[in-house]
Design a protein around this ligand. Structure first.
Ligand code: SAH
Length: 233
């Protein structure tokens, strides 16, 4: 009798788990239609990932009702989760493909890492604030992205042991492009990084590497939290 009850409880919690994935799916479809496709994002894998990843699981409880709004949100420690459109824009620029190796600097909430993982990429992500490194790890696992590799540290130095990378994404605004990141970019790889002063105008810069030489292209103006430093990797 106890055994049956226990089995029944297990079945209920498994069902709840299954429902989690579908929860707020309508809001995600609307977000993709109105904020992302309408602004010109077309890459099928990017759109599918944005429709799938439960963004509300990556924001603090008290802000979850705004999770699908057209804006960034605070995730504590002075940091933010980017607006959905910016996440989609940067993801599309990296030309995601299953099996590609991607390095993210600035895990923050873990949402961008989960979106990249949902496209089938092998994701490595570094976060400098220890508390966020811990909470993002929990969120990424709870959302089911077990293969994402996360660590705490200064992403200025990249993740040499895991490189070279087909794509690198930096989600904090640097004053200049960290040379170790260019070095860890694969031939034909793409690196996207916001560059500019903390309170001034920043631009997303796309770096591509051909025959060992990096070239840069300036894209849209953006506003990101500052890239900070530690003395050690
Ligand atoms: N991609 C994140 C956005 C987080 S905001 C998301 O989807 O939620 C940018 C993050 O970069 C912050 O959490 C900040 O702590 C982190 N950061 C800033 N400088 C860093 C550095 N040198 N190395 C690693 N992370 C850094």
């Amino acid at each position: 009798m106890f055994r049956t009850l226990f089995a029944a409880l297990l079945a209920v919690s498994a069902l709840e788990g299954a429902e989690d994935g579908l929860e707020r799916a309508d809001e995600r479809l609307k977000m993709v239609r109105e904020q992302i496709e309408r602004r010109g994002i077309e890459d099928a894998l990017t759109l599918k990932a944005m429709r799938t990843v439960p963004r509300h699981l990556f924001v603090p409880k008290n802000l979850q009702r705004y999770a699908y709004d057209d804006r960034p949100l605070s995730i504590g420690h002075g940091q933010t989760i980017s607006q959905p459109y910016i996440v989609a824009y940067m993801t599309e620029l990296l030309r995601p493909k299953p099996g590609m190796r991607v390095l993210e600097v600035g895990t923050g909430s873990g949402y961008q890492a989960a979106v990249l993982a949902e496209t089938g990429a092998d994701v490595f992500s570094i976060e400098i604030v220890d508390a966020l490194a811990r909470s993002s790890k929990k969120a990424v696992r709870e959302a089911g992205y077990d293969r994402v590799q996360l660590r705490s540290g200064d992403g200025y130095f990249g993740w040499e042991a895991a490189g070279p990378f087909d794509a690198i994404i930096v989600t904090a605004a640097a004053q200049s492009i960290p040379p170790p990141l260019i070095k860890q970019l694969h031939e034909d790889g793409r690196l996207i990084i916001p560059v500019g002063p903390p309170l001034g105008t920043q631009y997303l810069i796309l770096v591509t590497k051909k025959d060992g030489k990096a070239s840069t292209r300036r894209l849209i103006p953006v506003r990101f939290v500052p890239f900070t430093r530690r003395d050690t990797p």
